[in-house]
Design a protein around this ligand. Structure first.
Ligand SMILES: *Cc1c(COP(=O)(O)O)cnc(C)c1O
Length: 445
């Protein structure tokens, strides 16, 4: 690792070089493409990102859960360097190559369930979700898709229809794809009914809404993030996912787990579904799969995947050889460094420290998540009213102190922590100290 594992601020964040780049961005990049922390990065590794002014920032974001194995992880760099020197592209549909097949073999081995599985590779998470829906529709001969409140599945037309949040993801971009039905999510902190029966009540609502508004035999697929990402790291209570999976089996629908954010060691298991032994029919992956290179996949029951006619799946770049080499490198890092165990250690540190923070700040209404996918939800003290303003102010204070943190949640009031699993305990604690300082500064206590 070439990047020194130390936070260092040599200018304000962003500094003068970043501000110069931000001015060039404003002149040439569409405003719709925003930046959360406009410190322009020149190098990164371990738990540190280095900006153009030489500031070394602690990374609690992993580029949105992508660099789970760390930035420029050694096995990723080695395999990518080797691959990129041999060939950069042929299009797998024109002249195939081994790396694509090897990634599919790894996906069959690592994803939940020991049934025969096949995969198809794509470029982005949204593209994987689109294709999972295409496969489910062909395989079932049905068209309805059921999704959930607070869901995020991407920004293409079909995936915007599946995504719950209007601003900024959908606003003005309609009309959206049809035959999509949204049902309540089992969201323990905000469940309006019996707090001890969230799984049962939410499942009863799902069952009833589908029966009345869709018809069981019309449902091609039920799609859910086993832990919701952009929605604010909402962890459904035990029993909810198994009930949905069983309902799909009973009714001939395809159960799709969107593990694009929660997959690949992020939650302390290879996939979040593993926690309760849930076996999805199809699983979508992207983000953490390839250490930062663009790659995504749909993996699932061989008979479902093979329901699609020859030529029905693909794309020019899907499963690019360099991206496949990166995925094999990332999986090598995950295995050889036991990153599932590391994610569980990170959870323990976060739970202790966030618990201490919450004891001092009644604004922290909920602490939740799993593994290195942890979050706090901020509310007005004594209520559950979301406090997006406080969330934004604390995030800004963290950024100025050299900590990359991300927000999330339908109400914009969730801090989500997604450190790379290559981060040291020292940097984790220092980052948590900075969050503590940021709360104190913003709340003037
Ligand atoms: C990020 C994300 C997507 C979309 O992935 P892109 O690569 O940005 O298209 C879909 N589903 C989930 C759960 C995600 O977190």
């Amino acid at each position: 690792m070439t990047v020194e594992q130390r936070r260092a601020l040599v200018t304000a964040v962003p500094g003068p070089k970043s501000l110069e780049l931000a001015a060039r961005k404003a002149a040439s990049v569409a405003n719709g493409v925003g930046t959360i922390l406009p410190a322009y990065i020149v190098e990164a590794g371990g738990g540190i990102v280095v900006d153009a002014d030489g500031n070394q920032l602690i990374d609690f974001g992993s580029g949105i859960a992508v660099t789970t194995v760390g930035n420029a992880a050694p096995a990723v760099v080695r395999r990518v360097t080797e691959a990129v020197q041999r060939f950069t592209h042929t299009c797998f549909m024109v002249n195939p190559y081994e790396g694509y097949v090897e990634v599919a073999e790894q996906l069959a081995e690592l994803t939940p369930g020991d049934h025969p599985k096949k995969s198809a590779l794509f470029n982005s998470g949204a593209e994987a979700v689109e294709n999972a829906i295409k496969i489910a529709r062909v395989a079932t001969g049905r068209s309805a898709v059921v999704c959930f409140d607070h869901a995020y599945h991407g920004r293409t037309n079909l995936t915007m229809a599946l995504t719950a949040k209007d601003m900024p993801y959908k606003h003005g971009f309609g009309p959206f794809a049809s035959d999509i039905y949204r049902v309540p999510m089992a969201y323990p902190y905000r469940w309006p009914g019996d707090p001890d029966a969230v799984a049962e009540e939410a499942f009863a609502q799902f069952e009833s809404l589908v029966h009345v508004q869709v018809g069981e035999d019309q449902v091609a697929a039920v799609i859910i993030e086993p832990i919701q990402g952009e929605g604010g790291f909402i962890v459904p209570p035990e029993g909810f996912l198994p009930r949905l999976a069983q309902w799909c089996r009973d009714n001939g629908a395809v159960f799709i787990a969107d593990e694009i954010q929660s997959g690949f060691c992020r939650t302390g298991d290879w996939f979040a579904c593993d926690h309760e032994g849930v076996v999805p029919d199809l699983i979508t992956t992207a983000k953490g799969i390839a250490g930062g290179l663009p790659l995504a996949a749909v993996t699932g029951r061989a008979e479902l995947m093979d329901a699609v006619h020859a030529g029905g799946l693909g794309g020019t770049y899907g499963g690019n050889p360099v991206a496949c080499a990166a995925a094999l490198g990332a999986i090598e890092e995950m295995r050889s460094n036991d990153l599932n165990a590391r994610a569980r250690e990170i959870e323990a540190i976060f739970r202790t420290r966030l618990g201490q923070l919450a004891a001092r700040h009644p604004q922290i209404g909920d602490i939740r998540g799993r593994g290195a996918m942890m979050a706090v939800e901020l509310v007005l003290p004594g209520t559950k009213q979301p406090d997006a303003a406080l969330t934004g102010a604390v995030a800004k204070a963290c950024h100025a102190k050299g900590l990359v943190v991300l927000t999330a949640g339908s109400f914009g009031n969730v801090f989500r922590f997604l450190p790379p699993l290559s981060i040291s305990d020292e940097l984790l604690h220092e980052g948590l100290d900075l969050i503590d300082d940021a709360f104190a500064e913003v709340l003037h206590d």
